[in-house]
Design a protein around this ligand. Structure first.
Ligand code: L34
Length: 249
């Protein structure tokens, strides 16, 4: 795990990942670099980790400081060690449906949906947010399971109306309390990917108190998608190690 700078949220997430590694008996090393680290220095570290035979997974925690080109860094990670599935090779593999790793947050969301026992096939799925990390891959994973998928974003007209069509609503907007009860179909599954801090308090994108009254299933923040994201990271890391073993057989 590589963390650059001192973003307090990133610090918490990386610490949680470290603890999860310990719980799974996965050896982890943390490289904490100062905010002013030069891009070349970070790329050199990634290169070293790429070459290390005893390391199967590399994760560079985002966001990176503004002077560093994140895409360049993600591209530098050996795609076979890319346990985030952010490398363009892995993104492309996901698009085709022939993948080794799934991005952790969208994969965690699929796992949470699976645990409701409700089939995605044929359902109206609405994803609010279109980031490369969550919204776009999330839509693709729902599509792989034969959902009818709509992606909403800041230019979407009649957002509330579109959201109200959803049997499965995934909120990945990054705005506290954005999804209100009037935007949710009674009986819908609501997955809250938001990780917002309001006056130091962590809250999601969904107004939990009111939406939980009408949803058939809903995830809280904290204690929902976040921990499941980390569980999927552990899964990807074990997969990366076993793929490596396969190539040695
Ligand atoms: N490279 N950067 C890379 N990979 C990732 O998969 C991430 N992400 C997102 C941010 N940057 C990344 C994460 O790890 C978000 N994310 C993440 C991971 C864990 C938690 C939240 C976000 C988490 O542990 N959430 C806890 C509460 C944490 C707290 O108290 O602040 C929860 O219960 O939701």
């Amino acid at each position: 795990m590589v963390i650059v700078g001192d973003d307090p949220a990133s610090r918490v997430y990386v610490n949680n990942k470290k603890k999860a590694c310990e719980a799974c008996s996965i050896m982890s090393e943390e490289y904490a670099l100062p905010a002013e680290t030069a891009e070349e220095e970070l790329l050199a570290l990634v290169d070293t980790l790429n070459k290390r035979e005893d390391i199967h997974g590399i994760l560079v925690q985002l966001p990176l400081p503004k002077h560093i080109d994140s895409q360049k860094v993600l591209l530098a990670i050996d795609y076979r060690k890319d346990v985030d599935a952010f490398h363009p090779v892995n993104v492309g593999k996901i698009m085709i449906g022939n993948f080794d790793f799934l991005p952790c947050t969208p994969a965690g969301v699929m796992e949470l949906i699976r645990l409701t026992g409700i089939e995605v096939a044929g359902k109206e799925c609405v994803v609010v947010g279109r980031s490369n990390i969550v919204g776009k891959p999330q839509a693709m994973l729902l599509l792989h399971q034969n959902g009818t998928v709509t992606i909403c974003h800041s230019k979407t007209k009649n957002l509330a109306e579109v959201c109200r069509r959803a049997d499965i609503l995934v909120a990945a907007v990054g705005k506290a309390n954005f999804i209100t009860a009037d935007m949710v179909k009674p009986g819908a599954i609501v997955i809250d990917v938001g990780m917002n801090r309001v006056d130091g308090k962590l809250c999601g994108d969904v107004k939990f108190d009111e939406v939980s009254q009408i949803a058939s299933a809903i995830t809280p923040v904290p204690g929902g998608v976040g921990p499941m994201t980390i569980a999927m990271l552990m899964k990807n890391t074990v997969k990366a190690a076993s793929l490596k073993l396969d190539t040695l057989r």
